[in-house]
Design a protein around this ligand. Structure first.
Ligand code: SF4
Length: 410
């Protein structure tokens, strides 16, 4: 895979070394089990896959290049580059300003842009409406597009579904930048509706079966369907795509469920006409990270720490998976753990930061550690160091690497 030039402060010697060793020992990525790192009496189960993905490294490289190549010019990002507060703050310090917040509200009015400004499209991509706005303002000369190729792949899939006269059901969070961009690109070629989970899919299915009359659709799915959507006409032939960072199992359930609904309504012999049997459009990083997270459930860890931005979709799903077995502390960085062992972490159910203490009274604590696709490895390393310190263990990188190498031979 292509190597990107990202700032050195995002890298971790320890994690680089472990990832390299894993790659050498498992070049075909068949082994999703974690690496066991020992820091004396404190042990870490480090996930097989986590951290910056292709799209994030690509976006960071281009964003820094955009600043370096345009001294003296104003440089704007359409919205957060990726969902990691530290990375976005670093970009701000490097001179980048934001045009909108994550919900699309303007921070710097687009009307203030001139054709001499540099504009960066984030990894999530952007909507056709914003692309048109930028074109109208003459902002093409200095446009840097960091849209991830795996997001563009989803747009291509939607276009193919549209060519086959399918309505596109988008499994995604409708306020998420990527889903807004995918929706916008999809409706160029096909009617579309967004569902965020199984509950909304079941509601949609009741319109497909006719259990709820079509005229009630527009209130129930307000803001989540394409212009001109006709609930009586546009739910007879559907295909599913998803935001690239959704939970793989949920997308599969949604696809399977809609297929069953179509079979019940139109008969198995006619299913090919009413349902496009496509594979999910999750990206490789989401798949790898979620599979590696599932493997973490097989460990005997006492608790789990997940590192990432609180608005990161892929990180939230990692937390959901780990919650099946462990107490999970979802933190943005090491500053969330103080010297007394108090920890401030994000509760994905309450949607707020809560406070607690790290588990105590454990003789040899073992912790699962992983992060989302937008979290620098250096932050994960610092979190590991802070935890080692709390549990009175020496944070020796060499000893941790040696313990991992030894574990390979035993
Ligand atoms: S998570 Fe996937 S789709 Fe999103 S930027 Fe990374 S590789 Fe691209």
């Amino acid at each position: 895979m292509k190597k990107f030039d990202i700032p050195v402060y995002y890298k971790s010697n320890l994690i680089n070394k472990i990832k390299e060793l894993r790659k050498v020992n498992d070049p075909r990525k068949k082994d999703y089990s974690p690496a066991l790192l020992e820091f004396g009496n404190f042990s870490v189960y480090l996930a097989r896959h986590f951290g910056f993905c292709y799209g994030v490294e690509n976006a960071i490289e281009i964003a820094y290049k955009a600043v370096d190549e345009n001294p003296g010019k104003r440089v704007f990002l359409i919205s957060e580059m990726i969902h990691n507060p530290g990375v976005n703050e670093d970009l701000t310090r490097y001179g980048v300003q934001f045009l909108t917040d994550t919900l699309g509200n303007e921070i710097t009015p687009f009307s203030e842009l001139t054709s001499d400004d540099v504009v960066i499209i984030p990894a999530f991509g952007t909507t056709i409406e914003i692309e048109q706005k930028l074109n109208a303002l003459g902002v093409q000369k200095y446009l840097y597009n960091t849209t991830c190729p795996f997001v563009e792949k989803v747009w291509k899939k939607s276009a193919q579904l549209g060519e086959g006269d399918h309505t596109v059901v988008i499994h995604g969070k409708y306020n998420h930048e990527e889903t807004r961009a995918t929706f916008s690109h999809t409706v160029k070629n096909a009617p579309a509706v967004i569902v965020k989970d199984m509950e909304e899919t079941k509601l949609l299915a009741r319109f497909i079966t006719g259990e709820i009359p079509g005229n009630e659709f527009y209130d129930m799915f307000a803001g989540r369907f394409s212009e001109g959507f006709d609930a009586d006409k546009h739910l007879v032939k559907v295909g599913v795509v998803n935001q690239t960072t959704m939970l793989a199992t949920e997308t599969q359930e949604i696809s399977d469920y809609l297929k069953e609904v179509m079979i019940t309504k139109y008969g198995a012999e006619n299913i090919a006409h009413h349902y496009a049997d496509t594979r999910d459009t999750l990206c490789y990083a989401t798949n790898d990270n979620q599979r590696a997270t599932i493997e973490l459930l097989n460990t005997d860890a006492d608790f789990a720490v997940v590192v990432g931005g609180y608005n990161s979709s892929n990180t939230t799903h990692i937390v959901e998976i780990l919650e099946e077995k462990f107490p999970v502390y979802y933190i943005s960085d090491e500053s969330k753990i103080d010297d007394t062992g108090s920890i401030s972490f994000y509760d994905i159910h309450k949607k707020e930061e809560v406070h607690s203490s790290l588990p105590g009274g454990i003789k040899s604590p073992k912790v699962v550690i992983t992060s989302g696709a937008s979290c620098p490895d250096s932050v994960v390393e610092r979190v590991m160091g802070k935890l080692a310190e709390h549990y009175d263990a020496e944070f020796s990188i060499d000893a941790a690497i040696n313990s991992y190498i030894e574990s390979l031979t035993t």
